[in-house]
Design a protein. Structure first.
Length: 259
């Protein structure tokens, strides 16, 4: 019998790449189901809510309840609504994230002079002007958060710059790092995940393609970790990184070997 009761699964680079389902991942998902393991999908995509992945995976015959999905966007929205309920958040991020924040009753402002909190995230429209405005918003040591640290995002045909690249620019001009990252691998993210699962950390398996987010999340929280080779981590990075998984799999399709 397996010692796992729950599994936290990354999405991009683990289940899908861009809009395409990775080969044979349904075999891995079926193996988890057959073993009676609760699964939670957790994406660091800061432009999507929980409903998106159910809609994305349903045509492939994968049923996902929105309660079984977290994203860095939904975790950030819940955290800000809870910890800064009456404050104005200045967002450097996408319109989709703005909508997710507003739906969670997070107060927003587009005036950097009125910012009580600053949130940095992925934004294809990021520009010099946006960076200048962010610098104004970051004055007076206002709380500064990032949705996620992902410097790149895997898409069909390669990689594109992600939130981490934008945060690096904001850090450089402000002269300080974010006070916290709200998505993976933070303790905030780990707590949000465990609140959705009825399992202890030592009975939870984390599967993902990024060492500094998926694997680090599990390592910090005392979970078992498995890296898949279908995403951004190559062999050289794996061999030289101080962050190491408990297991390495060619893909999620091989998860049955751990159960």
């Amino acid at each position: 019998m397996t010692s796992y009761e729950a599994a936290i699964l990354d999405v991009d680079g683990t289940i899908v790449r861009g809009e395409e389902l990775l080969p044979n991942v349904t075999d891995g998902l079926s193996a988890l189901d057959d073993a009676g393991i609760d699964r939670l999908l957790f994406s660091n995509n800061p432009t999507r809510g929980s409903d998106h992945y159910g809609e994305k995976l349903e045509p492939h015959g994968i049923a996902i309840d929105s309660d079984s999905v977290l994203t860095s966007a939904t975790v950030s929205a819940t955290y800000l609504a809870t910890t800064h309920p009456d404050e104005r958040v200045y967002l450097v991020g996408s319109e989709r994230l703005e909508t997710i924040l507003a739906d969670a009753a997070v107060g927003l402002t587009d005036d950097p002079e009125r910012a009580d909190v600053v949130l940095g995230s992925f934004d294809k429209a990021f520009s010099y002007s946006a960076l200048w405005e962010a610098l104004r918003a970051l004055d007076d040591d206002v709380p500064f958060y990032g949705t996620d640290p992902d410097a790149t995002i895997p898409v069909d045909g390669g990689l594109i710059p992600g939130t981490g690249a934008i945060l690096a620019a904001m850090e450089a001009v402000a002269g300080r790092e974010p006070d916290a990252i709200l998505g993976k691998p933070s303790t905030i993210a780990a707590t949000a995940a465990m609140d959705r699962l009825e399992a202890a950390p030592e009975q939870t398996l984390v599967v993902g393609d990024r060492l500094n987010t998926d694997i680090e999340l599990g390592n910090r929280a005392g979970m078992t970790t498995a890296l898949v080779r279908t995403g951004v981590t190559d062999q050289t990075t794996l061999e030289t990184s101080p962050i190491q998984p408990d297991y390495v799999l060619d893909s999620l399709a091989d998860i049955e070997t751990l159960l």
